[in-house]
Design a protein around this ligand. Structure first.
Ligand code: IPM
Ligand code: MN
Length: 326
């Protein structure tokens, strides 16, 4: 049965890379109907709309969302990030952010599972005496047993499904002694139910070294929202560049649509030049196909991306080369 996908091209190179992703899905025989949503920084500058309740309600009836990139230099920081991206993650309960990293030379292959609805992204905090010399800004981090546990369970299930059967918790338990303690205790307790998965713990600063010097030591990593944000940019940098990094914002309980997007941003400096690498968006489309039950299409797309990854070409040429191969 054909699936209905909400397509949010967004700003900058977002629409360009999504065109290639949709082209490849079509070539792979994934049957989709699409509904486009004009959202992002450009829309905001036009009529001050970030996202409406009606749109969120409409999304609940879709099978998935596919997003290019949002962000325009003229919009103040946070407006689109919090009002669109984070609101999607919170309201659709996309509590797992799954980001796979594969070395260009096949020397490593690991995945980061980032908690996607809590931590310092929850928005706890505020100002006191704003714009005075005595100004105070606080920014809290929310960590619930419920939220931490469901993310850790997802990571254990993923680790169990992979040949490596290894899961590393990344946190900063030596300094963040409250949140870190909750994460470590929950991790240890859930681990007793997964005796077939080997476990490890790294502080986040040490993990930065291992990402660069020994990435093959990882199989699956689970971590909090902000650490996961930072680590996955580093993951992209060490595995062929952010132009290849794909991501899935998942509601594993399927009480609503999940959202698939490249890790990269809107790159307004290269919009319209054909320089945008569509592979991150195409690999995100493969994650979407897989989540929607099209595992064989997903693996054909991944193989085609691997075959063309050293090709030079424009956004469209790379998309065409992948579409031909699937
Ligand atoms: C990401 C992005 C977002 C995040 C921003 C744009 C809100 O950096 O998806 O990694 O911080 O999660
Ligand atoms: Mn990020």
């Amino acid at each position: 049965m054909s699936k209905i996908i909400g397509v949010i091209g967004g700003d900058g190179i977002g629409p360009e890379v999504l065109t290639e992703g949709l082209k490849v899905l079509d070539a792979a025989g994934v049957e989709l109907d699409t509904v486009s949503y004009d959202l992002g920084g450009d829309r905001y500058l036009r009529d001050a709309t970030v996202l409406t309740d009606a749109i969120v309600q409409e999304w609940r009836g879709l099978d998935a969302l596919y997003l290019g990139a949002v962000g325009t230099p003229d919009v103040p920081p946070g407006v689109i990030e919090r009002g669109l991206l984070l609101r999607m993650r919170f309201e659709l309960d996309l509590y797992v952010n799954r980001r796979p990293f594969h070395a260009p030379d096949d020397s490593f292959d690991f995945e980061v599972i980032r908690e996607n609805t809590e931590g310092s992204y929850a928005g706890e905090g505020g100002f006191l005496r704003k714009n005075t010399p005595a100004e105070i800004a606080t920014q809290g981090s929310v960590n619930t047993r419920f939220g931490v546990e469901r993310c850790i369970r997802y990571a254990f299930d993923l680790a169990r499904s992979r040949p490596g059967r290894h899961l590393t918790l990344v946190h900063k338990t030596n300094v963040l002694t409250f949140a870190g303690d909750l994460w470590q205790r929950t991790f240890n307790e859930v681990a007793t139910e997964y005796t077939d998965v080997a476990t490890a713990y790294n502080h986040v600063d040490a993990a930065c070294i291992y990402f660069v010097q020994d990435p093959k030591s990882y199989d699956v990593i689970v971590t909090d929202n902000l650490f996961g944000d930072i680590l996955t940019d580093l993951g992209g940098a060490v595995s062929g560049g952010i132009g290849l990094a794909a991501s899935a914002n998942l509601n594993p309980d399927r009480t609503g649509p999940s959202m698939f997007e490249p890790v990269h941003g809107s790159a307004p400096d290269i919009v319209g030049t054909g320089k945008a690498n569509p592979i991150a968006a195409i690999l995100s489309a493969a994650m979407m196909a897989e989540f929607l039950g099209e595992a064989s299409a997903a693996s054909r797309i991944r193989e085609a991306c691997a075959e063309v990854k050293n090709h030079q070409g424009t956004t469209t040429e790379i998309g065409d080369a992948i579409a031909e191969r699937v």
